[in-house]
Design a protein around this ligand. Sequence first.
Ligand code: ASP
Length: 221
Amino acid sequence: PYGTFGLIASAVGSQGFGAIKAMGLYMSIVLLALLVHTIFVYGSAVALLAKKNPWWFFKGFAPAMSVAFSTSSSSATLPLSMATAQKNLKIPKSISSFVQPLGATINMDGTAIMQGVATIFIAQVFSVELTFTQLITVVLTAVLASVGTAGVPGVGLIMLAMVLNSVNLPVEGIALIIGIDRLLDMTRTAVNSTGDAACALIVAESEAKNEKAEKDLKTAG
Ligand code: ASP
């Protein structure tokens, strides 16, 4: 703690409070984007596609979300998130054990969101104006980089190098945000795990619907 205090004190001494303000703003934007994504995208997907109450979903999945938050690893949380989805959200084991491990490997919305915001932040720090085509490139490479991100702490930041490279931004920019990534990593991991559970719930609902339709067809026939 004393060392960190010394580093922060020297950074504030040389850069002024502007540096702290910019970092605070970056953190707030990432956290806000993650919150909006979780509530609106997952909430509406659960309500419209799985026909379930979003509050029931978030409340039922909360134990796994808190472990994802504290471990910063969707892979380490996987056993608990599968157990929680099966027990609290009543997702059949056959669906949960296929969708959630697949999601923990390739579905990382939280990571993609952080990479998008971080790229814009780094571009602004280096006074680089990104064109519309470059912004689209950032979106596409952030999605690809998040697919390639392993579900362990801090990897999203390493994969950010790929996104920065795609629009010719200096990879050294990562050093600017590495110090404040801990809390963001915890939050985006919770979002990543929640997204996988939401997908599993939607698949479970559509499978149940298909089974019911098949059964109705059989009884009618
Ligand atoms: N820690 C994240 C996860 O496990 C990956 C990352 O964005 O670094 O989902």
